[in-house]
Structures are given as C-alpha cells and as structure tokens.
Design a protein. Structure first.
Length: 251
C-alpha cells in the first residue's frame, strides 16, 4: 500500500477562525490523500470548489467568503493532483470524506465513479441544515453511490484502512487510520487543525460539540502515546515536513 499527500490549495483567514482568541492572520494548507491499496483506490478528502477562483460568494456563501481567502491554482483541483501522479480521476473506487465542510468535499464531483463513504450523522446533519450560508454539501452527494457508516469501519477488511469516528468538530466527523510498514498513521482531518492541538486542546470558537471533539482528540493523543503518528488537518508546520506527491508519504 502506498499513500500520497496531495496539496489542494491553501486558505488564509483571521487566526481566530482556527484557534479561539488567537490574533493576526493565518494561512493553512488544504490537504487530500491518495491511498493505493491492493483492493482499491481511495481518496481521503477532496479539496475546495473550483468556483472559489472566480466567485467565492457563490461557492461558499457571503459569510465564509468574507472570512476565508483561497489560494487555489487550477492544478490544486483533486483530479489534477491525481493526474500529476498518473492516476485517472475515474479510477478512484472510494472517497472518504472526513466531513462535509467546503474544503473537504467539494472535489467529490471530480471523482465520478467513486463510492462516497461518510458517517451517517454527518450526512443527516448536512441534510438538516447546510454547513454554511449559500453552500449545501449535499450537492456533492446527490445522485452518488453513498455508503453511510455508523462508527468504525475497516474498509478492506484487512486492518490497513480504517475509518475512525472522531465526532465533535461536526456531527459525524471521521479520521482515517492507515497501517503501513512503519506503523499506524492517522489522518486526523479537522478533529485537530494542528498537531499541537493534541496537547493544548485549543479549538476554534465554533463547532458542533467542543467537548465531544476534545474527547476525540484525547483518543488520538492516546493513540500517539502508543506509537501512532497523527497528521493534523491544517497544520502548515507539520505539512512542510511531509513528502508530497509524486513521492509517497507512506508505504
């Protein structure tokens, strides 16, 4: 099994959007990951909507467009990132969305043949109310082969690609545990924006359930203490240390 880190653009915003009480501005990466497993091809998260380049308000609504400024070159789209490592977008078997915020699911539409694997509470919450003004994540799910998951799921039945429920940031947030030759690695998604969140537990001022999110973070910290590697969702310092495609991040 090989795992590739894909750079799907960057987002700039006031730091308080990422850490409650923080000051100044912050620019963070928007990652996605390609997992080439013997039994199937998986993408974990799919990046931002291309419409952000030309009409941010139409893409994500007035409120979020007033907060976030994207750095989104055309080559950052998930299909282009895959093409750069010789992988056709149509060949992806599974998309695992950590959650349905605009920077994690908008590229679903570019992977037309993939089954989309999402936690059931996430889809139910998204259908009850759009995540952000003017943006309904269900546009990335309607008409698709959708697999709703309740809790943990071993995607291929061999322990190498395991979905972990890490609820709190959203109602059905999930992380992805990968068992590679060097041990376990967990793609945390937005359960923790930054690696330091594992210890300081500092969250943004918004979120579905901060206490549940902290419980999920403590679970990840316990896994790290037992030897797992935790890769945070939007940590520019940690991101700078990771090998990027076309070099595999993990094997």
């Amino acid at each position: 099994m090989k795992v590739y880190a894909l750079e799907c653009g960057w987002l700039s915003a006031p730091a308080i959007a990422f850490i409650d009480g923080a000051e100044g501005m912050m620019k963070v990466p928007v990652p996605a990951y390609f997992i080439d497993h013997p039994k199937g091809r998986v993408v974990f998260d799919t990046g931002m909507p291309g419409l952000l380049r030309t009409d941010p308000r139409a893409a994500i609504g007035d409120v979020l467009a007033g907060v976030f400024t994207p750095d989104l070159p055309a080559e950052a789209d998930i299909d282009k990132q895959l093409a750069a490592i010789g992988v056709e977008a149509a060949s992806i078997d599974y998309v695992v969305n950590s959650h349905l915020h605009f920077d994690h699911c908008a590229g679903n539409a570019l992977l037309p043949n993939a089954q989309i694997v999402v936690q059931r509470p996430e889809v139910e919450a998204a259908r009850a109310a759009p995540v952000a003004e003017g943006f309904d994540p269900n546009t990335m799910l309607d008409g698709r082969d959708l697999r709703l998951v309740d809790g943990e799921l071993d995607l291929f039945g061999d322990g190498r690609v395991v979905l972990l429920p890490t609820y709190g940031h959203t109602a059905g947030h999930q992380s992805l545990k990968l068992a590679c030759d060097g041990g376990d690695t967990v793609l945390a998604g937005d359960c923790c924006y930054f690696h330091k969140t594992l210890t300081d537990l500092k969250l943004p001022g918004f979120g579905h359930d901060p206490e549940e999110q902290r419980r999920s973070i403590r679970r990840l910290k316990a896994m790290e203490d037992s030897g797992a590697r935790i890769i945070a969702g939007h940590d520019p310092e940690q991101w700078a240390t990771l090998p990027k495609a076309p070099v595999p991040m993990l094997t």
